[in-house]
Design a protein around this ligand. Structure first.
Ligand SMILES: Nc1ncnc2c1ncn2[C@@H]1O[C@H](COP(=O)(O)OP(=O)(O)O)[C@@H](O)[C@H]1O
Ligand SMILES: [Mg+2]
Length: 140
């Protein structure tokens, strides 16, 4: 995938939707980037693109959001406020990453060691003019 330049939040949702419409059970998406870079808007598009019209917000408590109305379950994590991998192991991390749903993980680079090797990594950055850039990257 080429780098995408995203000029507004609707276009960010649109980029997520494109990915969501082609995603398959077992896919894991690891999202990296500063606060406000657009990870949650992208996730919203991804969830909608996979056929689930739920509202999408960053999970804090509980530690994940489950979107269950689409073609398959989508599990949405945000590592921003998570202090140790044990918090994730305690809620059954492996059950989520090893099922037939898909996982989307914001701030995945906080605990790269627990992200499955098969994951697709995306970096989100903010340009000086306010545009966002999405780049596919290798796992850190
Ligand atoms: N091109 C853009 N793409 C996505 N969001 C944008 C863009 N330009 C401005 N924004 C704003 O930036 C914020 C992105 O928020 P969010 O998706 O929650 O980011 P993150 O989850 O990475 O912290 C929103 O307030 C949104 O309105
Ligand atoms: Mg977010």
């Amino acid at each position: 995938m080429k780098d995408l330049i995203i000029d507004n939040e609707e276009a960010m949702v649109g980029a997520g939707k494109m990915l969501g419409s082609t995603t398959k059970p077992g896919d894991v998406f690891a999202l990296v980037g500063d606060l406000g870079a657009g990870k949650t808007h992208f996730t919203k598009g991804l969830v909608h693109g996979a056929g689930c019209e739920s509202s999408v917000t960053s999970p804090t408590f509980p530690l994940l959001h489950e979107y269950l109305q689409g073609k398959f379950p989508i599990y949405h994590f945000d590592f921003y406020r998570i202090n140790s991998v044990h918090e994730l192991i305690d809620i059954g991390w492996d059950d989520y990453t090893e099922t037939d749903g898909i996982c989307v993980i914001e701030w995945a680079d906080k605990f790269p060691e627990i992200i499955p090797k098969s994951a697709t990594w995306f970096q989100f950055s903010i340009e000086n003019n306010g545009s966002r850039i999405i780049q596919k990257i290798n796992s850190p």
